[in-house]
Write a protein that binds this ligand. Structure first.
Ligand code: NAP
Length: 265
């Protein structure tokens, strides 16, 4: 299987580094394109992948084409490669917001859309995968295999990718925002920065692992550590009074709405 990545940014690098490491494909079967010659030289040296500055020739021989440019670059890149794609090739788009129907543009192209997130950079990503109109079970399986090399991959319907964006695509930013504010509060309380960082990170990771391993619901676990009149109750009651829960729900609704807006152009 020959696979070409159009756009050699962070997300492309995370995915091809993962699939090479997991031996899903050999580095010699991966081709990466970009507009920066310097970036391509670095990637070639680091991973042993093939590189090209010429998008149309890079897609011509590929069995799988991963579209990993920013969505706003897509209208410039697609016209130059759409005609050069092998008719049997699968197109995997990691671009946020652009519907498979827009990518296909009326042509019989098999497309799978993927909504990844940045922890893919360390092999701990969470991705939603959705089939475009003509994609087959084998195509979905292949996309799953690619994304499993950098974390969790879950199948959803294409319309659900807006919700996936709100949960996991943008999700890391919510956790960073939580950590940012936990650390600001710790600083105000005089806790040494390094100590606070270690404690806060272990807390977020430990809480997530506890929820996963116990199989219990978030509210049940929260209630278990919240004794009436205690310290955790003081914190949670403040959050409830300030509407933090409602804010999170509104924020995620805004994220999904923005995703729909971008999809509608
Ligand atoms: N990062 C995330 O958390 C995340 C999450 C979900 C989905 N995504 C999606 O993943 C895609 C890539 O994101 P990213 O963060 O990896 O972006 P990125 O780092 O900007 O990567 C895009 C790369 O494509 C290059 N490029 C620009 N024009 C090109 C052209 N004509 N031909 C070939 N390459 C070209 C860019 O070069 P220059 O930098 O020189 O312009 C850049 O190296 C986006 O569509 C985004 O929606 C990202």
């Amino acid at each position: 299987m020959k696979i070409t990545f159009i756009g050699a940014g962070n997300m492309a690098e995370a995915i091809f580094a993962g699939i090479i490491k997991q031996q899903v494909v050999a580095a010699s079967d991966v081709c990466v394109t970009d507009i920066s010659e310097e970036r391509l030289a670095d990637l070639s040296e680091k991973y042993g992948v093939g590189t090209s500055l010429d998008n149309p020739s890079a897609v011509a021989e590929a069995d799988v084409i991963v579209l990993a440019v920013k969505p706003q670059i897509f209208p410039m890149v697609w016209p130059e490669i759409a005609h050069a794609i092998n008719p049997n090739a699968l197109v995997v788009s990691v671009m946020a917001g652009i519907p498979s129907e827009t990518i296909a543009g009326g042509k019989p192209i098999r497309i799978v859309r993927v909504m990844p997130n940045t922890p893919a950079l360390i092999g701990r990503g969470a991705a939603g995968i959705a089939a475009g109109e003509l994609a087959t079970e084998a195509d979905l399986h292949l996309a799953e295999k690619l994304m499993n090399a950098v974390g969790l991959a879950v199948r959803v319907e294409e319309e659900e990718l807006h919700a996936v964006t709100a949960v996991s695509g943008s999700g890391p930013a919510y956790v960073f925002y939580l950590l940012e504010n936990m650390l600001a509060a710790a600083d105000q309380m005089g806790l040494e920065k390094g100590v606070a960082r270690e404690l806060a990170l272990a807390t977020v990771m430990g809480a997530a692992e506890l929820m996963k391993e116990s199989g219990e619901e978030a509210d049940a676990l929260r209630k278990k550590v919240t004794s009436k009149g205690g310290t955790t109750a003081a914190a949670i009651n403040t959050m409830i009074d300030r509407g933090v829960g409602e804010s999170i729900i509104s924020a995620m609704q805004a994220c999904a709405a923005r995703s729909k807006e971008l999809a509608d152009g």
